[in-house]
Unconditional design. Structure first.
Length: 193
């Protein structure tokens, strides 16, 4: 995988989907940028939703995708993903903050932004309105719960892959997800008792 400094090194980008603290989807890829596939195809969000639907029998009601941070994390959600998901899963609501835009711009730039937004599909306009609302921001705050699963798995050694090859890496990912889910279930049973 190409690293941020331009070098190429063995590494994996693992997409993890969670629900109520349990890992319901985990898929490794050798793409550093989850937003752009070779050939300009969709990002990884649609594949994650398909995997959740296959494993759980139904698609989620809402999808909380990562926040955009320059230099650290690239969004897994693209506008094409939002449009595709609105067609394949019309009841699903997508929550993913749009990238930050500079506030102080020339009037010409502001006019171009407005024109581009008018040309966007209806699903993307609804997503922008949802993320601009206080209710949308409140729902998106729940995404921090996903980071608990990431932290617990990383504390159990999920930061380095001891194997090479996609099939073996996928097996290690599934074992980590299984271990996390079993420990989560044990913790919940202990909390109820």
């Amino acid at each position: 995988m190409r690293m941020p400094d331009g070098s190429v090194a063995p590494a994996w980008n693992v997409q993890v989907g969670t629900a109520n603290g349990f890992v319901v989807s985990i898929e490794p890829t050798d793409r550093r940028n989850p937003r752009v596939k070779p050939g300009g195809r969709l990002g990884l969000a649609t594949g994650t939703v398909e995997q959740i639907e296959q494993r759980c029998g139904e698609a989620p009601d809402r999808l909380l995708a990562p926040r955009f941070r320059r230099g650290r994390l690239t969004r897994a959600m693209t506008q094409d993903d939002i449009e595709q998901l609105s067609q394949s899963h019309p009841d699903m609501k997508v929550y993913s903050p749009p990238p930050k835009e500079r506030a102080e711009v020339k009037p010409e730039t502001e006019r171009k932004r407005d024109w581009k937004r008018q040309q966007e599909p209806a699903a993307v306009k609804e997503w922008r309105d949802r993320m601009a609302s206080d209710a949308g921001k409140e729902v998106y705050r729940r995404r921090k719960l996903t980071e608990h699963a990431h932290a617990h798995m990383k504390n159990r050694g999920f930061d380095r892959m001891p194997v090479h090859g996609l099939a073996r890496v996928r097996a290690v990912c599934l074992l980590h997800a299984l271990a996390h889910n079993l420990l989560r279930a044990h913790w919940l049973r202990a909390a109820v008792a």
